[in-house]
Design a protein around this ligand. Structure first.
Ligand SMILES: [Zn+2]
Ligand SMILES: [Zn+2]
Length: 361
């Protein structure tokens, strides 16, 4: 088993990541990915001797065709050629969107291949985590689902226990549709209250179907939820589930958009909690998956919170020190009502899911 002190990380990069243009007022800003790279570089978070920058490539055609319908692929191609039309209301089309989507989603597959070849143990991709894309459509700033592409690759290589740990503040509704009845993929999604937050999906009761019952875990939080309730829910739910599942590969979205500064969500987390979650996932990867861990940035729309979040996660992967800038969330403590809802959600979720894994509720 790979020792934590000698594990290697690949920071995935391609100059084509930023060949996108969703328009001036869109939350996916121009040069988003270059911004992430430059901010972690400026903080010295790429300096570790245990980190390599790995150049990635496009999503291979056979993988794309395995995870999306040919109708949808043709539609993205047409939008890309003409520059006219939208992928969805919130995801405008532009000239070259097809190639850009192949680039930003392809990175995940090249990261997986690098881990499987044994050259690295972990990868960090500044793109990736396009969890709203479905077999037959896109939306929520997602065109091609790189998580589905990753699972396809892993299944093709014989992996049978894949964990998707999705802490993005939005529910991974697209990814959920691929594996809802599959016990070989466990999806744990922590997100903001779906009643109010896009994509209005990801309810506690949605625990999977058929043989997949108990392998789809949706934990939602009321708006303004902070570090205390979040860590409580994490510690109650995640370690027992990971322990019983025993993943052989972990795909992880750290949840940069659950930070209190994020303008698109209403969560109240500090970078320390993002660090806490990332530390746990890194530990699980070494404990269960021989270190195999892929980190996909996902959302994150406040530049400073995104930059320091990325640095915090990279430091954990490379075993370096990093102290996040001082944090001052608007609410010091979670109030009684927040605690009541979170405790209730955790308790219902445990009663629905834990028995399927032989765990005490
Ligand atoms: Zn490690
Ligand atoms: Zn998000």
């Amino acid at each position: 088993m790979m020792d934590r002190r000698s594990c290697r990380t690949g920071f995935l990069w391609s100059p084509t990541f930023d060949s996108h243009d969703y328009g001036r007022r869109h939350p996916i800003r121009r040069n988003r990915f270059t911004y992430i790279k430059e901010s972690v570089e400026a903080e010295g978070c790429l300096d570790s001797s245990r980190l390599d920058i790995l150049e990635t490539d496009m999503l291979p055609e056979d993988v794309l065709r395995a995870v999306h319908s040919s109708d949808y692929i043709s539609r993205v191609r047409e939008i890309s050629q003409s520059g006219l039309g939208n992928i969805a209301d919130d995801t405008p089309g532009f000239k070259g969107i097809y190639e850009n989507a192949l680039s930003v989603s392809g990175a995940t597959v090249w990261g997986i291949r690098s881990i499987l070849s044994g050259s690295i143990d972990h990868f960090f991709s500044p793109t990736g985590g396009f969890h709203h894309a479905r077999y037959d459509g896109g939306g929520g700033f997602c065109v091609f689902n790189d998580l589905a592409a990753a699972v396809y690759e892993l299944r093709s290589s014989g992996f049978q226990k894949i964990l998707i740990a999705d802490f993005d503040a939005h529910h991974g509704n697209g990814t959920q549709t691929y594996y809802y009845d599959s016990p070989d993929v466990m999806q744990i999604s922590f997100h903001e209250d779906p009643e109010w937050m896009y994509p209005h999906d990801g309810f506690i009761k949605d625990v999977g179907a058929g043989e997949g019952i108990g392998y789809n875990v949706n934990m939602w939080f009321p708006m303004d939820s902070g570090d205390e309730v979040y860590r409580f829910a994490f510690s109650e739910l995640v370690p027992p589930l990971v322990d019983s599942f025993g993943p052989d590969f972990i795909l992880f979205l750290p949840g940069f958009d659950a930070h209190y500064l994020d303008p698109l969500t209403h969560m109240n987390l500090t970078t320390e909690t993002i660090q806490y979650v990332a530390e746990s996932m890194h530990r699980f990867a070494h404990q269960y998956s021989e270190g195999r861990l892929g980190v996909l940035s996902g959302g994150g729309y406040h530049p400073r919170a995104l930059g320091s979040g990325a640095c915090a996660v990279l430091s954990i992967l490379t075993g370096s020190e990093y102290a996040a800038p001082p944090q001052s969330p608007p609410f010091d403590h979670d109030d009684e009502e927040t605690w009541r809802i979170v405790r209730e959600n955790v308790s219902v979720l445990k009663s629905l899911v834990f028995p399927m894994h032989g765990l005490d509720t």
